[in-house]
Design a binder for this molecule. Structure first.
Ligand code: FES
Length: 103
């Protein structure tokens, strides 16, 4: 089975952030946000990530840093066999895991 590995920043305000790695089954066309939904459904429902429109690039709530570059998790496609580092957006107040304040 083809997979994607995601290295995610975990933790919340008042804690030292850690990095946890998850392996997600790959499917054609999946976005990184889809991979995070899989983790929430199958591994850890407490994983925090902001989103609203889920695919239209309209709400911009799913902003994060992916392999060092800012982008929208719903529009960045996962690549089969890849390993991706996903961090909360810098320059905003960190709340939990990948979620930051909206200001
Ligand atoms: S969820 Fe709205 S832009 Fe990504």
């Amino acid at each position: 089975m083809s997979t994607v590995k995601l290295q995610l920043t975990r933790g919340e305000i008042g804690e030292e952030p850690s990095v946890e790695t998850y392996e997600v089954p790959y499917r054609d066309g999946m976005s990184l946000l889809d991979a995070l939904f899989w983790i929430r459904e199958h591994e850890d429902p407490s994983l925090a990530v902001r989103y609203s429109c889920r695919s239209a690039n309209a709400c911009k709530e799913c902003s994060a840093v992916v392999d060092g570059k800012a982008g929208f998790l719903c529009s960045i496609r996962a690549r089969s066999g890849s390993e991706v580092r996903v961090e909360p957006l810098s320059g905003r107040s960190w709340i939990k895991d990948l979620a930051t304040s909206l200001d």
